[in-house]
Design a protein around this ligand. Sequence first.
Ligand SMILES: [Zn+2]
Length: 446
Amino acid sequence: MNPHTHTADTLIHPDYIVPVVPHGVVLENHSIAITGDRITALLPRAEANSINATRVLDLPGHVLLPGLINSHGHAAMSLLRGYADDQALMPWLEQHIWPAEAANVSAEFVRDGVELAIAEMLRSGTTTFSDMYFFPDVCAETAQRTGMRCQITFPIFDFPTVWARDADEYISKGLALRDDVKHSELVTVGFGPHATYTVSEPNLVKVATLAAELDVAIHIHLHETRGEVLLAAEQNGERPLDSLYRLGLLGPRTQCVHMTELTDQDIALLAATGAHAVHCPQSNMKLASGTCPVGRLLDSGINVALGTDSAASNNDLNLFGEMQCAALLAKLHTGDAAALPAATALAMATINGAKALGLDDQIGSLETGKLADMIAVDLEQPETQPLYNPISQLVYACNGSQVSHSWIGGVQVMKQRQPTHIDLNALAARTRAWRDRINKQDSRPA
Ligand SMILES: [Zn+2]
């Protein structure tokens, strides 16, 4: 036994531990010790009893696993949950979402929307999220205040919005934020060029150059719909993926979100560059966008993570739902019930997310030395009984409401389903006030 593990801040005894690395493993009668922000031991219960811990937590009937990683979203849009449904992507954006944002988005909107999103994400097992939205500085502040880990990819468009006038201003404000949070233990910052149809080639080249120079992430919506791919081919004589490659944007620090409409050639190109795919199954289904061929991507060695996208196109931020949908959709899409098994869906929501965000040396699995980002899930209730296989239960039977406790960097951020850094009653009152205000200024066409 490691001599450094004789004392610990916290020692946790769950019934099961699913460390995610190694793949598909379920440990019984094991315990985890945390000291400071790190996991300092993962060991058999019998040996753990010799550790002298300040706090000991018994979690009978629970499984402990790494916190889930939501690799794509627009957190503040939680305030537009259910505002406009049952529309295709472009009319949904152009006639509903963009006008509502133009009328309502402010620093206060982002503060309250992000807090609402974080409360929901914590209560459904997420401990890290990726965000692309206006006022990313406010998102960073809110994440740090609530103890949540996040990757912020500041938005870049060619056109003016409430946050910036043009691409240069989006980039300079985003890079200033990166400087401001460079010592943060919770927040990392990258580039978020919205898509190839909203950011011009010269501006995409600027992003590629700066991202390479600074060695930071690029996060972009790519091949979200068939229409996007066909229009680009018609207008530029090139598919969006080929444009990104030609402009130097595809590489191991690039996160490509959605990735439907992929040919064998597209997949080979993606694999050769080491770019990551982020699959958002519920958003793709709700907007009838298309299907990401997850099995073919994984078989080609491409890392595939999972995201919810925004609460306006989903309509929740619950990765348990995404894991289940990813697995079921892959089976339906391929006609193969063995496609995307439960352990693979769980890996996509944890270690693959960590790889996509460039954080896999820190989070994404329960291993000694990694940050203590983890969740406890109660499997004792009727919905998850009888228990033959905890991983199967997590992916196919849990709906997120079984998550009871969570820790981020060793700090307990949820206890018995109550976030420790968020006042849920005050948040609910502010959320209702936004609903009333947005309803009053309804900017939707009649
Ligand atoms: Zn999105």
